[in-house]
Design a protein around this ligand. Sequence first.
Ligand code: RB5
Length: 149
Amino acid sequence: MKVILASDHGGVNLRKEIGSLLEEMHIEFEDMGCDCEESVDYPDYGIPAAERVASGEFDKGILICGTGIGMSISANKVKGIRAALVHDVFSAKATREHNDSNMITMGERVIGAGLAREIVKTWLETDFQAGRHANRIGKITEYETNETL
Ligand code: RB5
């Protein structure tokens, strides 16, 4: 599995913590930054990271900003991305099982590092259940690939 990791200035500390977790889990990943102390714009990091998941270069992506919201909105503009904003372990499991989410977003100003680690670990280790859920994902894919829109 290959994972892409990125944040804006509001998520630098948590991003580094998640990078350490990925190392501990022996998961291959690339950290796209930012290496910033100043304010940057989350779409400048979230959208390129999402494009690299949508292209197949990476299997999954983890995006962090202050709230996780801006990164979620940005990533979900990229066709093929199902980015879930998650701040609890139950949702981390459910969004893999039901939504086949390929990106997760979190807010450094919302949760602590310990919970974020549990969320990411659960999310990476949970498989999509397919079945009736695949039909629902298919409807989203059909909508976003409809060229008349
Ligand atoms: C940056 O101040 C903050 O707006 C950003 O990190 C994120 O929370 C936006 O959704």
